[in-house]
Design a protein around this ligand. Structure first.
Ligand code: GAL
Length: 441
């Protein structure tokens, strides 16, 4: 396990911040916060206040950000080399996050345990070359793990890589068992995004911009398919505050034609540390009474099924491993958990943050709370990690080395009129926020 004493992180805090190119973080503040009833780890009911407004904490210490060159790679849109940077966000409680403008990737999140010892709690790679060649390489390479990536245009699967919108049929790269997964051959995760450092209101962060052209992931990636319609201008902004909240804010507009959009972040968490082995003893709660079962190719059947009485019931905290090997047909399809949960959002407006999930590591005392404006979350227990990948600290990742909470609209929504819509039209503004908050117990 990679651990660092808190003193090392405190030293890092003293480093000067990079000059701020913009003082205005693109984040939402307290307006959308709500008190929500959740069930605590011990199973007792407790009133849990939703994420803290950044300005409400921090005292005299302010988070810092540093910028480090991380190498160059060929940008697929231009075919030319582009510079990649690593942004290191450090707050005053010993949390440190590293973001890359390649793929909008969260490379590492170091957080203290209950004794103040920090460990990196997300799976990642050490070098740019590994991200380029292994994270989500285009065919003929096998599908990658998508560690930490910003996924798009469409998070998770679109059945047979086709959908119709406004009377037009669109076709997408087939890259997963007859379906299109996570945007196609290139997606958002293999592009070099334009970065801007953002600071203010007790937060530091980086805003990343990508312009995805009309027909993206079609002919421009060698696919004999139409690709996604419309020119999409996409921003993702990562900010860290002194309440140990990593906030991810997505905004987008489309020009020319309507499109479908379902971005998410694909970080794999392991609260015991990214090199600590399997996560089966960690506990998870998902704030969902139902989920969307799939066919054998992992496309939702369209049914919204209750979780009660199944291994998918995480309404009270359960260890990940306690039911994962049951013979439930859905667990067999996913080779573990790899499903979309339909979040309980009664009483919440569209765009309001609601509790999605929580996770606890009993050994280290680290706790993660996930808030989102999205209606669903893909809880994926790292089932397809086969031991072929060596991670950021030299440890080989095997099955269930980490788990994702991919906040999202439901998979294959463009082909399911009964699911919340993922259509974005010219003149509309896409706006979505997810918060990963770390604490100890
Ligand atoms: C998940 C998806 C899994 C797998 C993984 C990446 O979002 O649901 O089936 O493809 O990404 O390996």
């Amino acid at each position: 396990m990679r651990t660092r004493p808190l003193s090392a992180l405190r030293k890092a805090i003293a480093r000067p911040a990079a000059p701020a190119a913009s003082l205005k973080p693109r984040t939402r503040t307290g307006a959308a916060l709500a008190g929500v009833l959740v069930i605590g780890m011990a199973g007792s009911l407790a009133m849990h206040q939703a994420p803290l407004p950044a300005a409400a904490s921090g005292g005299t210490c302010s988070p810092t950000i540093t910028t480090t060159p991380f190498g160059t790679t060929i940008e697929p849109y231009t075919g030319k080399p582009a510079q990649v940077f690593q942004y290191t966000l450090t707050n005053c409680t010993g949390m440190q996050v590293k973001i890359l403008n390649y793929g909008g990737i969260v490379q590492s999140i170091a957080v203290p345990d209950r004794h103040g010892h920090a460990a990196d709690v997300v799976l990642g790679f050490q070098t740019l070359n590994e991200y380029v060649s292994q994270d989500s390489p285009p065919p003929p390479a096998p599908g990658g793990p998508y560690f930490g990536e910003t996924i798009g245009r469409y998070g998770n699967r679109i059945a047979k890589g086709t959908f119709t919108l406004d009377g037009n049929t669109y076709t997408l790269p087939i890259n997963n068992n007859g379906n299109s997964l996570h945007g196609g051959f290139v997606g958002f995760g293999n592009h070099v995004w334009a970065p801007t450092v953002v600071q203010g209101n007790g937060t530091v962060g980086v805003q990343l911009k990508l312009v995805s052209p009309d027909g993206d992931d079609g002919a421009n990636v060698g696919c004999s398919c139409t690709g996604y319609p419309g020119t999409l201008t996409m921003f993702v902004t990562y900010t860290l505050d002194s309440s140990s909240q990593l906030r991810i804010h997505y905004t987008a507009t489309v020009a020319g034609k309507a499109t479908v959009l379902n971005p998410t972040n694909h970080s794999y968490f392991n609260l015991a540390g990214e090199s600590s082995g399997d996560v089966y003893a960690q506990k998870v709660m998902i704030n969902a009474d139902s989920y969307t079962p799939t066919d054998k190719t992992q496309i939702p059947t369209g049914v919204i099924a209750p979780v009660k009485g199944t291994p998918f019931d995480f309404t009270t905290p359960q260890t990940i491993g306690s039911r994962i090997n049951e013979s439930d047909p859905q667990l067999l399809i996913g080779q573990g958990y790899d499903h979309n949960w339909v979040l309980n959002r009664a009483g919440l407006q569209t765009g309001q943050l609601g509790l999605a999930a929580r996770a606890w590591d009993p050994a280290s005392g680290r706790e993660l709370t996930v808030w989102t404006t999205e209606p669903g979350v893909q809880f994926y227990s790292g089932n397809f990690l086969t031991g072929s990948i060596v991670g950021i600290s030299g440890h080989t990742y095997r099955q269930s080395a980490g788990y994702t909470f991919e906040t999202q609209h439901y998979p294959d929504s463009p082909n399911h009129p009964n699911f919340p819509s993922t259509v974005l039209r010219p003149g509309q503004q896409f706006d979505s926020t997810t918060i990963f908050r770390f604490s100890t117990f």
